[in-house]
Design a protein around this ligand. Structure first.
Ligand SMILES: Cc1cc2nc3c(=O)[nH]c(=O)nc-3n(C[C@H](O)[C@H](O)[C@H](O)COP(=O)(O)O)c2cc1C
Length: 222
């Protein structure tokens, strides 16, 4: 059995094409998971709507707790880290991480940054070993996990070779911390022109949905 961890990060509820003012990135995530389950109904899907319920921010107490060795933690430290523990446990269970994410101001929405800040934790998902040339040790590399980034943006040209590719802080902002943990395989599908309803947006949605369907087939076959 394969386990999918499906995360939605849009502040907008509902799906574009179905609900008024619905989210394009939620639509792609919904399409990915329903297409996956149609072929593999036995697989498990863990769902987190962090757009609706954002994880807590990292605080001074969080940092003090996270950097205290587990055996030395006081009860309040375990309480502070409880949400991080739960989010990390979900990620550990997952074989495929599916993230539906809008572009906000060239990067990711704050709730997704909070999720990343909660799952990137020393001693839990990565370690630091000064004796190595690269001191970072990924702790989620014990088996291969794949990441699927399903994004939406109002403009266009953020992809490799695009006219504003250097402005894309979304993809590297997510891919870099995941690579630190050992999740190095990232597949991206984006809807562009979301702020310009018309032919360009319609075509972009149709192409993105086709790419999602194809990607599900590729991942299930490999
Ligand atoms: C707060 C905010 C910031 C945005 N910043 C950008 C941006 O930097 N670049 C861009 O192309 N579109 C930007 N957009 C447009 C969104 O990326 C676009 O509407 C996208 O479809 C939102 O995702 P969703 O449909 O899943 O909610 C922004 C939208 C909002 C609400």
């Amino acid at each position: 059995m394969t386990t999918l961890l499906h995360i939605d990060a849009s502040a907008r509820p509902g799906l574009s094409g179905t609900h008024a003012h619905g989210s394009h990135s939620r639509r792609l995530g919904h399409r990915f998971v329903t297409t996956w389950r149609a072929a593999r109904p036995q697989d498990e899907v863990i769902y987190r709507d962090i757009g609706a319920t954002p994880p807590g921010h990292v605080t001074g107490e969080w940092i003090a707790s996270g950097y205290t060795p587990p055996a030395e933690r006081e009860p309040w430290m375990h309480a502070v880290l409880a949400e991080s523990d739960a989010l990390i446990a979900e990620l550990r269970r997952a074989d495929v991480l599916v993230i539906g994410v809008p572009m906000y101001n060239f990067g990711m929405p704050a709730p997704l940054k909070s999720w990343i800040d909660n799952i990137v934790r020393i001693g839990a998902t990565f370690d630091f070993d000064r004796s190595r040339e690269n001191p970072y040790v990924p702790l989620l590399a014990e088996r291969h996990r794949r990441t699927v980034l399903l994004s939406s943006c109002g403009s266009s040209g953020y992809g490799p070779g695009g006219f504003q590719a250097q402005m894309d802080l979304l993809t590297p902002g997510i891919a870099s911390p995941l690579a630190l943990l050992g999740l190095t395989e990232v597949h991206s599908v984006a809807i562009e022109h979301a702020e310009d309803p018309g032919d360009l947006l319609d075509r972009s949605i149709a192409e993105a949905l086709d790419r999602v369907d194809a990607l599900v087939g590729e991942l299930q076959a490999s």
